[in-house]
Write a new protein. Sequence first.
Length: 448
Amino acid sequence: MSLWKKRTAAGEASYYPLGPFKVRLPFLHYRFEWPDYFQGLLMCAVDLAAIPLMTELLGMPFEAALAIVMINGIFYLLHHLLGDPVVPGWITPAIPLLIMYVSTFPEGESRVHALIAFQMMLGLFAIFLGASGAAKRVVHLIPSAIKAGIIMGAGLAAVSVVFQEGGRFETYPFTVTIAVGIAFYLIFSQHFAKLRKYHWSFRFIGNLGVFPIIVLAIILAPMFSEAPWPDIQWGITKPDFVTMFTEYTVFGVGLPPMTMYLTAIPTVLAAYIVLFGDVLQSKSILEEADEVRQDEKIDYDPNRAHLIFGARNLGMSIMGPDVAMCGPLWAAMHVVIVERYKQGRQAMDSIFGGAGSFRWGTNTGLLLLPVVSLVQPILGIALALTLLIQGYVSVRIGIQEARCDSDLGIAGVIAGILVIKGATWAFAAGVLLCFLIYGWRLREKIKE
């Protein structure tokens, strides 16, 4: 019998213990799930959507940005290999916050330094919280009004990036309108949710996540003359690691000045508030799956997750700073994997097999030039789609964070200031408003 068919005495998939981590290797500790691998092979298009962010913000050549995406892709594998049963991704809601912060610095070495300092601080902060077990306590100390405002502001900023003057909507108005409309219907519509229950074809489309929308965009954009038809090329991609290392990492530009680490603190805190919501969402989704699949005990440890995505951010800040950042969850694909996992052991032996095989697939896709050249003309559209979906979700979650009407009013002001002035002003306004409105009762509000 293959080792991957075995479970530990506690009912978990077998593993090698390594401190707080549980090392699981493909074919040895988990079955390789080919359906999830092939889905990942195509869904690497979403990972590639980070390239326009770096080319526009940092003036980075396409091939150098591709090198960063590839390094980030390798780091994605750390989660399931070290015992975190999730599909990791970006910190999508915080991307507009980071863009706003980094854009305050002049383009060139100074802007690269600002990105390095931010991601390094975020990585070290997450590692500290994971190692000390203090993650939950830190977020609990932040008043609900400020948490709601930051999350709402991140969502509004995401929408603003798409629709601002010179934004992606002006470049791809028809394609974005149609693609986003269909995406919202497939992902959020109650009507489509009912259709999925009645026919396998609708379930199949729903399980593909945003991939059908990307395929649609490849066709629509040239039809509306908003992008060229893909020039499909054959072979292996050629990322430019030399340019990336010499012009966009500490090996080329050196470490940022200490002042940049200090000025990054408010944006780091704002990004952390947003990503902690992903940690809670990961835990909730896996708990539901654990109830359905009694044959496998899923051990999700938020502290372990913090150590892993903290190490990813720290590593990327040194090897290839990434505007998309290193988040604990790709919510859309994590849900797709978990839903298939719920169908039973024949469909997916272990959650680690599904999550791991998917990320092995995305890494393979990044190496294939036909895949990269196919989606290259519509990467800006894919990014707009991602930002608008995340904006919708963030605003909804932010409103739910508010505990009363006063919280909601404070959150609205914080969100508006954050979009216009950035995280530092938003935090300062939030603290001041909470004190003025709640006074000494603020301590009681924090305990609620």
